[in-house]
Design a protein around this ligand. Structure first.
Ligand code: SAH
Length: 349
């Protein structure tokens, strides 16, 4: 039996055609699932009774099941561990911000990139998520918000996984979530973060979707970046930044560079100067992220004055930079931390 949760209307139309169901039913079914949150055909009251009775014999509608939930003390961040049909789990985070509700989406279960500071990659990648599974992450939260007359307004693809290593499914997901029969989220309210997979950046550039591209740099020289992010050996710093520059020029969208600050590792004045040099003349901004200490690694955040010193060097060079507002540190909201805890506690590792 096919799970149709995650099919686009054209895909659903194909299924309908082969079952001799009129094509316009496809949109009705999609709207029930994606706009109204229906998880059974019985609920789809504008379908004929006979069709409602027939559909469950050929199709299922499978979302995701929430197995654990954490709420930050301030109530702004909630983190969910969601389980899919095959038992694979991922983390999804809701951040309630003054300008709207933002969801941090995982694109893979685990991650293959091997970044030294990241909890998502500690056990490698389990598998890619399908477009429907990414959609299930968002719609699960949207349904929850519906109870208080709210909705998901923005997405960041900054959960576990490297979106560019699951490119086709990620793009199908973005098109789906943007569709008028789904949440109709504007591409401008979507940020895709990558560890710097150059072919992916080039492909995305040509899609013509005004999504915001965010590139994880975390170091301003190749030796350190290769240590922190092994993918740098394949796609070195200067080439990644050049691809980001091209992306910005082509799409006229400002590229964001993420830079984790790790005490005594990448946070000196010299590092800040090198970073400014790299980005000079580019339509870019820097997002400084004091590292979320991960239990499995022993790195710390720099003290405030060191963070400010880094920031003021960037400002001297007229590089737009912000320090990311910390959310959810008390609930281990750094990528992959929750899932690892679950896997460890359930004896999977
Ligand atoms: N694979 C993509 C997207 C997922 S990670 C990427 O690398 O961009 C989203 C961001 O969180 C990345 O910038 C990542 O480097 C960062 N991150 C990972 N572990 C972190 C930690 N312990 N503290 C702070 N940020 C972290």
């Amino acid at each position: 039996m096919e799970n149709i949760f995650g099919l686009s209307v054209p895909e659903m139309e194909n299924r309908c055609a082969s079952l001799r169901i009129p094509a316009y039913r496809a949109r009705q079914i999609a709207e029930w699932m994606y706009k109204k949150g229906a998880d059974s055909f019985e609920a789809m009251t504008n379908l004929p009774k006979a069709l409602r009775a027939f559909l469950p014999s050929v199709f299922s509608i499978s979302w995701a099941e929430c197995v654990q939930r954490w709420d930050s003390v301030d109530g702004c961040t909630s983190k969910f561990l969601l389980r899919f049909e095959d038992g694979v789990t991922v983390e999804t985070v809701l951040m309630r911000q003054p300008y709207g509700n933002s969801v941090c989406v995982s694109t893979q279960a685990g991650c293959a990139m091997g970044c030294a500071f990241c909890a998502s990659t500690l056990h490698g990648v389990t598998r890619d998520l399908t477009a429907g599974e990414m959609l299930a992450e968002v719609l699960f939260i949207n349904e929850m918000l519906r109870g208080s007359d709210q909705r998901v307004d923005m997405l960041v693809l900054m959960g576990s996984g490297e979106p560019m290593m699951n490119y086709d499914n990620v793009l199908a997901f973005l098109r789906l979530i943007h569709a008028d029969y789904c949440l109709n989220i504007s591409y401008r309210n979507i940020t895709l973060s990558t560890s710097g997979i150059i072919p992916g950046i080039e492909r995305l550039k040509k899609e013509g979707l005004p999504v915001t591209l965010s590139i994880s740099l975390h170091a301003a020289n190749d030796v350190l970046r290769s240590e922190l992010m092994p993918i740098n050996r394949k796609y070195p710093l200067r080439e990644v930044v050049a691809a980001g520059k091209e992306y910005g020029e082509y799409t006229k969208r400002r590229v964001t560079y993420e830079y984790i600050l790790i005490n005594g590792v990448n946070d000196s004045k010299k590092d800040a100067g090198n970073l400014a040099n790299l980005l000079r003349g580019q339509l870019a901004s820097v997002n400084l992220i004091p590292i979320n200490p991960v239990r499995e690694r022993n790195w710390e955040r720099p003290p405030k004055d060191r963070i400010n010193q880094f920031l003021s060097v960037l400002e001297e060079f007229h590089i737009t930079a912000t320090v990311r507002r910390e959310m959810g540190a008390d609930i281990q909201a750094a990528c992959g931390q929750l899932r690892n805890q679950h896997l460890t506690e359930s004896g999977c590792f």
